[in-house]
Design a protein around this ligand. Structure first.
Ligand code: ADQ
Length: 740
C-alpha cells in the first residue's frame, strides 16, 4: 500500500511538471501567433485608411480613425509626426502610451513598421507603428490593440491542460495500480504453487516458464543444503537419534502411548502363536524410532494371544529376537473398545478430520468410554514413568484427552502429542459436540505436532474460535492458564535405509515371483495399490481409473493388471463393511467386463500382508497408485520409493495426501478426476526408463534425508528446548531460588 502511495505521488509530481511545462510552451506559442495576427490586422487597417490619411484633412482623418477603432480589439489609433507630436487620434490611449512616449525607432519606422507588446496596468497591449507615406520622417499611424484576451485564453488553456493531465494521471494511476495488484496476486499465487507444490509431472509442466529458473534455484538450494548436511554427517540415522537422546535428554528413555501395538501376538488355527505387524502407518513410522530410543510402548493388547505372552506387569520385550524395548499392554473391555475406538475415535473423530464425505457420528455413550479409556492410559503412563518428568510421545486421535489428564498426574512431564491425520478447519471442527474438551485435552501437551503447516493453522484457528487462550502466531504457540503449548509441523516418514528393502530379493526375482504367483505373463505390466480398506483411501476411484485406462487404451487389455492389497479394517463399523462390498463388486464388474482367458485386469487381495510381502510387490510393480481422497501423509507412497533401489517404477500420487507436498517427482493427480488419473496411469506405463530413473532418484534423495529419524529427532530437539525452559522456570519459581 505504501509503495502504491509513493507511486501515485511520484506520478502526480511528474505529470504536474509536464502539465506546467506544456501549458507555458503552448501559451508562448499562442502569444506569438496573436502578435503576428494583430500586426497583420494593423497593416490591413492602414491599407484601408491610407488615402484618407494622406489626402484628406484632419477631420476626415479623425473619422477614418474612429471607424477603425470600432473594432473591439482596437483600443486607440493615432497619427504621429516624426518628432513625437500627435496629429490626430481616436479611441482611448492606455496610460503611458502616446506619440510622444514612442521610442526613437518607432517614431520614424522603416517600411516594415514597428511592433511591440507591453504589459500595462489594465492588461497587455500590442503597439504597431506604420509609416503612412513612403517619405522618410513622414507621419506614422500608431495602432494600439488590446491583448488581454491572450492572457485570458492562456489562463483557460492552463486550466484545461492541468485538468486533462490530472484526469489522465488519475486514470493512469488507477489502471497501473489495478494491473500491478493483479500481476502481484497472480505472481504470488503462481510462485507459491510452484514452491509449495512443484509437481513436475502434472502441475510444474503447467508452471509458467518464467518461474522455471527460480524453481531450479530453489531445488539447487535444497539439494545443496541436503548435500551439505550429508557431508557434515548430519543426516538423521538411528545412531544420531540415540545421540540426541543421550546428549540433550540425559539418556532418558521415552514412553509411547498409541492405540495400536507394533507387534500383535495371534494364536493360529494350529494353536501356534505368531507375531503380526499391523497395517498401520503410525506403527510403520514409530517402530524404528522405538528401536533406536528404547523405552516403553503402551498400547491396547488386541491380539488373541497377547495375554499369554506378557509378564506379570503386562510387559513383553520386542522385537522378537532383537529385544530393544517393551510393550506394556492395556486390556480393554468390549464396551470400552466399542465406545472409545470404534465409536468416538473412528465413527466420530476420523470422519470429522477427513474430507471424504462420510458424516461423523457422535454419541454421548462413546464419549464416556473415550474419556474413561484415555484416563486408564494416562494412569498406565504414570505407572511406567521412572522419573517425575518423563518424555511421553502421545500418538493420534485416540488420545485427545490424555495429555491434559497426564499433565495433572505428572505436571513436569514433557508431553509430545502427534496427530497423524489432518486437522479440519475451525468451522468443521465445531461439529464435534465436545470441541472445547478435545482442544483443552490436547493443550495439556508441551508440543502438538501435525504433518503440515496447514493442519497447524487449522488447529490454531480452532483454538482461537472455541477456547479462552492466548495465541502467539509468530511462535506458533498457545498459552492456556499460563502454560505454553507449541504447535509445529513434523512431516512423518519411514526408516531409511528401509530394512524391508535390504532384506528383499533382487528386483528381477521379485518381478518373476510375483507374476508367477498371480498367474500373470512374465512380461505383464503391473500396477499396485496397498491400503487398509478405508473410504479415505479412494480405492473405488482407483479401480475406476484402471477401468477408464483400459477403455481408452485397449492395447493394455491383456497386458496390464492392477493388484490391490486391502487389509480389512474396522469391519465392525457399518460404513467399512459397506465399502468392503462396494469395492469387491466394482472389481468383479471390471473383471467381468474385460477379462479374457486367464488374464484379469484387477486382482483384489483382501487380507493382511506382512511387510516383506508388501515390499516384494512394490519391487515387482511398474507403477504404484495412491489415490487417497484425504490423507495426513501416506506412507505407502514413501515405502514404494524406498523399495525401488533399482530406480524404476512410477509413483502416481493423489494431491490430497501430505506426501504430495514432498514427492513432487511423482505423477500428481486428483483422484476424483477419473479421466486425468487414467491419463497419468497411461503416462506411467509408457514412461521411458531414463525419466523413471531421474524421478525416482530425486524422490529417494528426499525420502532418505527426510526420514523418520529426522521426524522424531526434530520433535525431541524441540522437546529439549521446552524441557530446559520448564526446568529453569520451575527452579526460579521454587522457594529460595532467588536471593531475597
Ligand atoms: P494409515 O491411514 O494407516 O496411517 P498409511 O500412512 O498409508 O496410512 O500407512 C499404511 C501402512 O500400513 C503402510 O506401512 C502399509 O505398508 C501398511 N499396510 C497397508 N495395507 C496393508 C495390508 N494389506 N497389510 C499389511 N500392511 C498394510 C495414518 C494416517 C496417514 C499417516 C500415517 C502415519 O492416516 O496419513 O501417513 O498415519 O502418520
Amino acid at each position: 500500500m505504501r509503495s502504491l502511495g509513493r507511486f501515485v505521488l511520484l506520478l502526480s509530481v511528474v505529470l504536474g511538471a509536464v502539465a506546467w511545462g506544456a501549458s507555458s510552451l503552448f501559451n508562448r506559442q499562442a502569444r506569438g501567433w496573436a502578435e503576428r495576427d494583430l500586426s497583420m490586422r494593423s497593416r490591413l487597417a492602414l491599407e484601408g485608411a491610407r488615402p484618407a490619411l494622406v489626402e484628406a484633412g484632419t477631420n476626415a482623418a479623425r473619422r477614418v480613425l474612429e471607424a477603425i477603432v470600432r473594432d473591439e480589439r482596437l483600443m486607440a489609433a493615432a497619427v504621429c509626426t516624426g518628432d513625437g507630436a500627435q496629429v490626430v487620434a481616436a479611441g482611448s490611449l492606455p496610460a503611458g502610451v502616446s506619440c510622444h512616449a514612442l521610442p526613437g525607432e518607432a517614431r520614424r519606422p522603416g517600411p516594415a513598421g514597428w511592433d511591440q507588446s507591453a504589459d500595462g496596468p489594465a492588461g497587455a497591449v500590442h503597439l504597431t507603428v506604420l509609416p503612412v507615406t513612403e517619405e522618410a520622417g513622414g507621419p506614422a499611424l500608431m495602432l494600439v490593440h488590446d491583448m488581454s484576451f491572450v492572457d485570458r485564453r492562456a489562463e483557460t488553456t492552463r486550466r484545461y491542460t492541468f485538468f486533462a493531465f490530472a484526469l489522465v494521471g488519475l486514470v493512469g494511476a488507477v489502471a497501473a495500480a489495478v494491473a500491478a495488484r493483479l500481476t502481484w496476486i497472480s505472481w504470488t499465487v503462481q510462485l507459491r504453487r510452484v514452491l509449495t507444490a512443484p509437481f513436475r509431472a502434472v502441475e510444474a509442466i503447467a508452471a509458467p516458464r518464467h518461474f522455471q529458473p527460480l524453481l531450479g534455484d530453489v531445488r539447487d538450494l535444497v539439494s545443496s543444503l541436503a548435500a551439505e548436511e550429508a557431508r557434515a554427517g548430519s543426516s538423521w540415522t538411528p545412531q544420531r537419534l540415540r545421540h540426541v537422546l543421550r546428549r540433550d535428554l540425559g539418556g532418558e528413555s521415552v514412553i509411547v502411548v498409541a492405540n495400536r501395538e507394533p507387534y500383535i501376538h495371534e494364536r493360529g488355527d494350529d494353536g501356534q502363536v505368531k507375531v503380526v505387524h499391523p497395517a498401520s502407518g503410525l506403527v510403520t513410522a514409530l517402530e524404528p524410532v522405538m528401536r533406536a530410543c528404547s523405552g516403553t510402548w503402551i498400547a491396547h493388547g488386541s491380539g488373541s494371544a497377547d495375554r499369554d505372552t506378557v509378564d506379570g506387569r503386562d510387559h513383553v520385550r520386542v522385537p522378537p529376537g532383537e529385544e530393544a524395548y517393551d510393550i506394556r499392554r492395556v486390556w480393554l473391555s468390549r464396551e470400552e473398545e466399542q465406545g472409545y475406538y470404534y465409536g468416538l475415535a473412528n465413527e466420530g473423530l476420523w470422519p470429522l478430520c477427513h474430507i471424504a464425505h462420510a458424516p461423523p457420528e457422535f454419541r454421548a455413550s462413546d464419549w464416556e468410554q473415550y474419556r474413561r479409556v484415555n484416563s486408564r492410559f494416562a494412569s498406565a503412563v504414570a505407572e511406567e514413568a521412572k522419573t517425575p518428568d518423563p518424555i511421553v510421545l502421545v500418538q493420534d486421535y485416540h488420545f485427545a484427552l490424555l495429555p491434559r489428564m497426564l499433565r495433572d498426574l505428572l505436571p513436569r512431564a514433557t508431553i509430545l502429542t502427534f496427530w497423524h491425520i489432518p486437522w479440519p478447519n475451525a468451522e468443521r471442527f465445531g461439529i464435534c459436540p465436545w470441541e472445547r474438551e478435545v482442544l483443552d485435552g490436547l493443550l495439556g501437551s508441551s508440543i502438538v505436532g501435525f504433518h503440515t503447516q496447514a493442519h497447524c493453522n487449522n488447529f490454531l484457528d480452532s483454538v482461537d474460535r472455541y477456547l479462552e487462550s492466548r495465541i502467539d502466531r509468530e511462535r506458533h504457540s498457545v498459552v492456556v492458564a499460563g502454560r505454553e503449548t507449541l504447535v509445529r509441523p513434523y512431516p512423518i516418514s519411514i526408516d531409511w535405509p528401509s530394512r524391508w528393502t535390504s532384506r528383499a530379493a533382487p528386483v528381477a526375482e521379485c518381478r518373476a515371483e510375483v507374476r508367477r504367483r498371480l498367474g500373470l505373463a512374465p512380461d505383464a505390466l503391473l500396477g499396485v495399490g496397498v491400503d487398509r480398506l478405508d473410504y479415505t483411501k479412494g480405492i473405488d476411484k482407483r479401480l475406476l481409473a484402471v477401468e477408464r485406462l483400459l477403455e481408452r487404451h485397449p492395447d493394455y487389455q491383456g497386458r496390464f493388471s492392477f493388484v490391490q492389497i486391502a487389509a480389512p479394517s474396522r469391519t465392525i463399523i457399518e460404513s467399512y463393511r459397506a465399502l468392503n462390498e462396494q469395492v469387491e463388486a466394482l472389481a468383479t464388474r471390471i473383471n467381468d467386463r474385460f477379462a479374457r482367458g486367464s488374464w484379469r485386469p484387477v486382482v483384489m487381495l483382501r487380507r493382511h500382508h506382512e511387510p516383506a510381502a508388501i515390499f516384494e510387490l512394490y519391487r515387482a510393480a511398474d507403477l504404484c497408485y495412491v489415490s487417497s481422497l484425504h490423507d495426513g501423509m501416506n506412507l505407502v507412497a514413501k515405502e514404494f520409493v524406498a523399495a525401488r533401489d533399482d530406480l524404476r517404477g512410477v509413483l502416481v500420487l493423489s494431491r490430497f495426501t501430505g506426501a504430495a507436498r514432498e514427492l513432487s517427482e511423482a505423477l500428481i493427480v486428483n483422484p476424483y478426476d477419473i479421466e486425468g488419473a487414467s491419463t497419468a496411469l497411461a503416462t506411467a506405463l509408457s514412461m521411458p526408463p531414463d525419466e523413471q530413473e531421474e524421478r525416482m532418484r530425486s524422490m529417494r534423495v528426499l525420502v532418505g534425508e527426510l526420514n523418520v529419524y529426522r521426524w522424531a529427532g526434530k520433535m525431541l530437539r524441540d522437546a529439549t528446548r521446552t524441557r530446559r525452559r520448564d526446568r529453569l522456570a520451575s527452579r526460579l519459581s521454587s522457594p529460595g531460588a532467588l536471593p531475597s
